[in-house]
Every structure is written in structure tokens, then in C-alpha cells.
Design a protein around this ligand. Structure first.
Ligand SMILES: CCCCCCCCCCCCCCCCCC(=O)SCCNC(=O)CCNC(=O)[C@H](O)C(C)(C)COP(=O)(O)OP(=O)(O)OC[C@H]1O[C@@H](n2cnc3c(N)ncnc32)[C@H](O)[C@@H]1OP(=O)(O)O
Ligand SMILES: Cc1cc2nc3c(=O)[nH]c(=O)nc-3n(C[C@H](O)[C@H](O)[C@H](O)COP(=O)(O)OP(=O)(O)OC[C@H]3O[C@@H](n4cnc5c(N)ncnc54)[C@H](O)[C@@H]3O)c2cc1C
Length: 679
């Protein structure tokens, strides 16, 4: 990125800071900058992010006016398009902007929003790159990279989302014209939900059932132009396109629908890397590359762990923590000043356990992102051996971390009392964005079941093997092999970090064993496999969750081992957060740990006591721990969570700006009450 000499705006306003915050920050016992580097991945990435954020703050084209919480849907969409145009212009003009820089810029330009063009970068382009053959890439990529083509990803239909194989849209090859005819045969086959489809994108990858020579060959991807490149009008020839209307959140996004009515596209618009239709209509496929078509779903699921679960929860926690250090309430000791609400143990228990969870999701999410890029390198070269592992891991972790994050965000909102319910707190916006991720890219019961399917296969393999050596080191399920044939250790309390990881592994192994037994038991009664599978779902989902917890604890433990060599202060606070997250999970799932690890209810009580001690340990560092996330105020968009702690002044300004305050007597009130009373 080109450096801008005129960069003047500071990321924080550090003048006029609330004295309570100054006092809180003085209590810090560790090096905040080092922790920020760990969260970002490196000091280099911290610096890159800060430069990118400064570039956004210094550029007026990226301002959030009208106020994002008062904007109507039309205004929210228009604002996103204005900012998108400025952002894309910048990317075109400054080719030195790196992928990381553009990602950091995008997060701040569109705070807690998925902007209308985002499907272009997160799904359309990756799917095209992965599924198109070399000739197609040569033809299309320059216009895709140049944003002349702005694409979305069209898969879900009004009647089918989860069951991708059941999609009804057809792409029938017509050899007489060398074209495919895309068609929505029913109301339920209308494509529904794709981001940016309603108004913004001019092209799309469309997933449809390929029919050639009278045979249905299953779902395949096609690149389809939807709008005219000059006028932006929907193309003629059989397209009805529109916006699907108001949703829980995503107000600035035009999620859309499209009905295809015998719409024709050239044969070569089928993406032909792993399967193709020749000029005479012959269908050919490379079976081993078949699952590549699922690749973009794996990519986004893997990214959502740090991007939505980690970052979303961390933002809500930052807001709740800062507010808790400002807000005073209730008489604690008779006759004394009201304490800050952070001093109440009940507040600490919720806030600090969510703080711990946000660190765990962030750090494990970063590790998953790295793993994705490492494994995907081989996958794209045609070696798909790591794909099942990556699919199982990304599906389970997407589900578990987002399930826990949305509950955590809501708990953060609740502990902010009434002001948490105001849009000005920023938390409702974070919630509506993050909870959307629980639906898109796959609903969670379904994703857990995908993870469980893989785990049962690994378990079967482990039963037949006597060592873990047949699994590569990067396989997260290696513990199944390791523990299946080894004695359960005696756990000592309080648990060491190594013991914590082993306890999670033992619990996961037990859940997998139980799921396997349940399934086998039902099969043994003569039930068909699909029925036995369905009636084992509760066991299977428990196994998938337990396995995902293993990844969370073991990957953060691995990070702790590195930090231990580097800095004692950071190691201590990160270790406290790790222990708190782990012990709370053990207490929440006590029955499973008692049964799998041979521990007692008394030992669970030791965990509960230890949690209380950890709350006291974490208390002095609470503000520095959220400062370490290094969120600029604009990203948080919160009167309660601003860096300077001037909560009440900001809340008042927010209210004064309410559009309802533009007049002293509201026109509707005048028309319906005063005017009627007068007559
Ligand atoms: C620095 C960079 C930073 C970047 C930051 C990015 C930030 C992100 C921001 C996010 C913005 C996103 C905006 C919103 C986007 C929403 C897009 C969508 O929702 S789009 C719509 C999303 N829609 C959904 O998510 C729909 C959910 N439904 C599905 O995913 C599937 O259809 C299904 C899995 C449920 C069933 O499928 P079915 O065919 O019945 O499957 P079977 O069960 O019969 O298994 C068959 C075999 O295939 C295997 N396999 C399966 N999946 C995968 C995979 N992904 N892979 C590999 N393998 C997979 C499976 O294991 C099995 O293997 P085996 O055992 O035979 O060896
Ligand atoms: C904000 C948002 C953005 C989106 N963006 C896009 C996009 O860009 N492109 C796109 O193509 N799609 C998009 N989607 C669609 C999204 O991917 C689907 O909504 C999602 O995959 C779920 O499909 P569905 O809505 O049809 O739910 P269904 O599949 O009907 O599932 C409904 C419920 O039934 C249960 N269920 C279903 N099947 C099973 C099963 N096999 N086992 C157990 N339980 C089951 C689950 O509880 C599930 O929650 C988006 C959705 C949202 C909310």
C-alpha cells in the first residue's frame, strides 16, 4: 500500500479519557503490544493492519454518514454502494495494496457488515479459480480481477438450501446451439438468498443440475452473466431478478432472488476443470476432483471462525468490559459510593468467561486459517487427501464457535442493562451480523453431522490399527488413535494445561465411541442406515462438538507453549484465559468429563473453585485485555465501548441525533391526534 504522508487522524482519541479508565489501565501486568501481535499473527501484521485502518480513517469517502443505526434500508444500501465504489476505485488505482491490507481496510470501511460485493471476493472468485479450466481462467480472470465483472454465488433455492444434491434448477445442454438452458421449473426452484444478487452483481456462479443426452449428471457450477455491463439492466431472455426484502440484519446487503426461464448461456460457461460437456454433448468427469466443487464452502467456513466468531465476540466483550468499568450501580457497602459494575462477581463470571472464549476463538481461528491455506495449496494442485480433514474441521468449528459466540454476544448485551438494548451500544448490530453466519454456509446440526461422519470413519480405522503413525501429523483426530489403545491416566487437580488437553481428548473419544455404538446398535436391529443415522443424531452431534473442543484447546495450548518461551507476563494472562475457558467447558459438560476421565464430582467442585480464583486473577487486566484487541472506535460503533470511556456524553449525542428529534411535534402525532381533537 502506498504510504500517505498526510495521515493525521489517530486511531484512538487519547485526550479527555475517563479518569476511571486511566486508573484501570495502570493496573496492567503484561505487554499489551505483544498480545496484540499474537492476536494479529505477528508484529508485521499488526503494523499492516494499523496502516490500513489509518488509510480508511483518513479517507472521507469511507465515512458512515448517514449514521448507520438511523439509516433506512435504502440509505444503508446506498451508503454501502458509495463506499464500495470508493474502495474498488482505490484497489484499482493502487495495485500495491496487498491481500491482507485490503482485508483489514474492508473490515473498517464496512464495520460489522457484509457489503454487497463481498460474495465476489469470498465465493465467486475462489469458486471460479478452483473450478474453471486454464482457458476459461485466461478468458475471464482479467475482468474478474478488475471488478468489471462483479459476481455472486447462487446456490440456495426457495425450497432447498441444505440438500444441495436436491436443488431443482436445471442446466440442459442443447447441442443444436451449443448452449446450456438454465431453468427454474417450479416456484421452489427460484434461487433465493445470494448476497449482492438483488441489485449489485452483474454475474454469478450458478449451481444447477447438469442434463445432457437426457441424463442428469448432478450439480455443477456455471458462470452466468445476469446484467448488462453498460446499463446494469437485467439481461433479456428469461431472467426475473430482485431483492428478497428486509431481514433480521444485513440491511445494507441486497440478498436477492432470480427466476430462470429457459435462459441460455454458452456451453463453455460451464466451469470445466473437474467435469466437462464436449461439443457433441458427451459428459466427462475426473472423479477424484469431484469434491472440489464444495471448496468455496470450506474456505468461508474456515474463515468464519476468526472473522465472525472470534472478532464478533471480541467486539461485544470489548464493549461490555469498557462499559462495566464506567457504569456504577447499586449500594455495595452501606453508605459508600456505588461501585463499578465490573466489581460484581456475577458480572465478572459472564464477562470474563466470554472474554476467554473470544481469545480462544480468535487464536484457534487464526490457526485454522493457516491450516486451510497450507492444505488448500495441495488440494488445488489435485491432491485432495487433506480435504476430508479440512471439511470436517471447518464444518465442526464453524458450528461450535458460532453457536457459542452468539450466546456470548447476547450475554454481553444483557450485562450492559438497558443501554445494551440501544442500537448505540453497537451490540445489536454485532449480534444480527454474527447470527446470520449460523445459517449461511450451512446450518449447524447439518455441519456437526458432517464432522461426525468423518470421525466415525477415523474411529473405525483406529480400531483396526495399533498405532497413530498411519495418520499425518496435521490431522486433528490423531488423538483417537493415540488414546484408543492406551491406559487412561489419573488426573490431578487443579489440572495442568497438558492434562486439560488430554481430558478434552478423552471426552471426545468417549463421545465418538458412544455414537458409534449407538449407530451399530440400531443397525443391528435391522434398521436401514439412513434411519439408524437419523436416530443417532444426538450422539453424533455430541461427538462432533467434543472433537471441535479438542481442536480449540489443543491449538491454543500449542500457542501457549510458544508464548511461554517469549514473555512471562503474556503467558500468564493468556494461560488464565485458556484455563478459564477450559474449566467452564468442563463444568458445563461435567457428566461427559466425569464419565470419560474417571473424575469425581468433588473434582468438578475444585474446577468451580478454580474458576472463581481465575476471575480474581483476571480482574486487574480486564481493560488491557480488551485494549489488546486494538479495535478502533469506528469499528465498534459503540457509545458504551469507546476507548475514552465517555459513555454518557456519547449516549446523549446519539439520542439528540435521532431523526424523531428533528421536530418538536411529530407530524404523525399532529395528523392523528391533535388535528382530530381540534375538529
Ligand atoms: C485473509 C482472507 C480473509 C478472508 C475473510 C473472509 C471473511 C468471511 C466473510 C463471510 C462473508 C460471507 C457472506 C455470506 C456467504 C453465504 C454464502 C452461502 O451461504 S452459499 C450456500 C451455502 N450452503 C450450504 O452450506 C449448504 C449446506 N449443505 C452442504 O454443505 C452439503 O450439501 C451437505 C454436506 C449437507 C450434504 O451434501 P451431500 O452431497 O448430500 O453430502 P453427503 O453427506 O452425502 O457427503 C458426500 C461426500 O461429500 C463430502 N462433503 C460434503 N461437503 C463437503 C465439503 N464442503 N468439502 C468436502 N467434502 C464434502 C462428505 O464428507 C462426503 O464424503 P464421503 O464420506 O462420501 O467421503
Ligand atoms: C444472511 C444470509 C446470506 C446468505 N447468502 C447466500 C448466498 O450468498 N448464496 C447462497 O446460495 N445462499 C445464501 N444463503 C442461504 C444459506 O446458505 C441457507 O439458508 C442455508 O444453507 C440453510 O438452508 P435453508 O435455509 O434452506 O434451510 P433448510 O435446509 O431448510 O434447513 C432448515 C432447518 O432444518 C433442519 N435440517 C435441514 N436438513 C437437515 C438435516 N439433513 N439434518 C438435520 N437437520 C436438518 C435444520 O435445523 C435447519 O436449520 C444465505 C442465507 C442467509 C441467512
Amino acid at each position: 500500500m502506498k504510504q500517505d504522508e498526510t495521515m493525521k487522524v489517530k486511531r484512538y482519541d487519547d485526550t479527555n479519557v475517563n479518569p476511571d479508565f486511566v486508573a484501570e489501565r495502570k493496573k496492567c501486568t503484561f505487554n499489551i503490544e505483544l498480545l496484540t501481535n499474537i492476536i494479529d499473527g505477528s508484529s508485521y501484521l499488526t503494523e499492516t493492519r494499523r496502516q490500513a485502518q489509518l488509510a480508511v480513517l483518513n479517507n472521507e469517502s469511507f465515512s458512515n454518514l448517514p449514521d448507520r443505526y438511523y439509516a433506512s434500508r435504502d440509505e444503508a444500501y446506498a451508503q454501502n454502494i458509495r463506499k464500495s465504489a470508493a474502495y474498488i476505485k482505490l484497489l484499482k488505482e493502487d495495485k500495491s495494496i496487498s491481500r491482507a491490507e485490503s482485508y483489514f481496510m474492508q473490515c473498517l470501511i464496512f464495520p460489522n457488515e457484509v457489503p454487497p460485493f463481498s460474495l465476489h471476493t469470498t465465493m465467486f472468485t475462489p469458486t471460479f479459480e478452483s473450478m474453471a479450466d486454464e482457458e476459461q481462467k485466461k478468458l475471464w480472470m482479467p475482468r474478474i480481477e478488475n471488478y468489471e465483472i462483479l459476481g455472486t454465488y447462487i446456490q440456495t433455492e426457495m425450497g432447498h438450501g441444505t440438500n444441495v444434491r436436491g436443488l431443482e434448477t436445471t442446466a440442459t445442454f442443447d447441442p443444436s446451439t451449443d448452449e446450456f438452458i438454465i431453468h427454474s421449473p417450479t416456484l421452489t426452484s427460484i434461487k433465493w438468498w445470494p448476497g449482492g444478487l438483488g441489485k449489485t452483481c452483474n454475474c454469478a456462479i450458478v449451481m444447477a443440475s447438469l442434463i445432457t443426452n437426457g441424463r442428469n449428471e448432478g450439480i455443477h457450477p456455471f458462470i452466468v452473466q445476469l446484467r448488462d455491463f453498460e446499463t446494469h439492466e437485467p439481461l433479456k431472455g428469461g431472467l426475473t431478478i430482485g431483492d428478497i426484502g428486509t431481514k433480521l440484519g444485513f440491511h445494507g446487503m441486497d440478498n436477492g432472488f432470480v427466476k430462470f426461464d429457459q435462459f441460455r448461456i454458452p456451453r463453455r460457461n460451464m466451469l470445466m476443470k473437474s467435469a466437462k460437456v464436449t461439443r457433441d454433448g458427451t459428459y466427462q468427469k475426473e472423479k477424484k476432483l469431484e469434491k472440489l466443487k464444495y471448496g468455496s464452502m470450506v474456505f468461508v467456513r474456515a474463515m468464519l471462525v476468526f472473522n465472525q466468531a472470534g472478532q464478533g465476540l471480541a467486539q461485544a466483550v470489548t464493549i461490555a468490559a469498557r462499559y462495566s468499568c464506567v457504569r456504577r450501580q447499586s449500594e455495595y457497602a452501606p453508605g459508600q459510593e456505588e461501585p463499578h459494575i465490573i466489581e460484581y462477581q456475577a458480572q465478572q463470571h459472564i464477562l470474563f468467561t466470554e472474554l476467554a472464549a473470544s481469545y480462544i476463538f480468535y487464536i484457534a481461528g487464526n490457526k485454522l486459517r493457516e491450516l486451510y491455506f497450507t492444505m488448500n495449496y495441495d488440494i488445488q494442485k489435485g491432491d485432495l487427501s487433506d480435504l476430508p480433514e479440512l471439511h470436517a474441521l471447518s464444518a465442526g468449528l464453524k458450528a461450535l464457535t458460532l453457536d457459542e459466540a452468539v450466546v456470548g454476544i447476547e450475554r454481553c448485551r444483557l450485562i450492559c442493562g438497558g443501554h445494551g438494548y440501544s442500537a448505540a451500544s453497537g451490540i445489536p448490530k454485532i449480534y444480527t451480523e454474527v447470527v446470520a453466519a449460523c445459517t449461511y454456509e450451512g446450518v449447524h446440526p447439518v455441519l456437526y453431522l458432517q464432522t461426525a461422519r468423518y470421525l466415525l470413519k477415523v474411529y473405525q480405522a483406529a480400531l483396526l490399527s495399533s498405532s497413530a503413525s498411519s495418520l499425518p501429523d496435521n490431522q486433528s483426530s490423531k488423538y483417537i488413535f493415540r488414546h484408543l489403545h492406551s491406559e487412561r491416566p489419573r488426573f490431578h487437580f487443579p489440572l495442568s494445561f497438558v492434562e486439560i488437553v488430554e481430558a478434552f481428548e478423552r471426552r471426545a473419544l468417549m463421545c465418538i465411541e458412544k455414537a458409534s455404538k449407538k449407530l451399530d446398535g440400531l443397525l443391528a436391529t435391522g434398521r436401514p442406515h439412513h434411519e439408524a443415522w437419523n436416530y443417532s443424531a444426538c450422539y453424533l452431534i455430541r461427538a462432533a462438538k467434543a472433537h471441535s473442543h479438542v481442536y480449540l484447546t489443543s491449538s491454543v495450548h500449542e500457542q501457549l507453549e510458544t508464548v511461554r518461551q517469549e514473555d512471562a507476563g503474556v503467558y500468564t494472562v493468556l494461560g488464565q484465559l485458556f484455563e478459564l475457558y477450559a474449566l467452564k467447558s468442563i463444568v458445563d459438560h461435567a457428566v461427559e468429563f466425569i464419565e470419560s476421565c474417571g473424575i469425581t464430582t468433588d473434582q468438578i467442585n475444585i474446577c468451580i473453585e478454580r474458576i472463581e480464583a481465575l476471575l480474581l486473577n483476571i480482574r486487574p487486566n480486564v481493560l488491557p485485555l480488551v485494549d489488546a484487541f486494538d479495535f478502533p472506535d469506528r469499528l465498534l460503533g459503540s457509545a458504551l465501548g469507546c476507548y475514552d470511556g465517555n459513555v454518557y456524553q456519547r449516549l446523549y449525542e446519539y439520542a439528540l441525533n435521532s431523526p424523531l428529534n428533528k421536530s418538536t411535534v411529530n407530524v404523525a402525532y399532529f395528523v392523528y391526534y391533535i388535528a382530530i381533537n381540534i375538529s
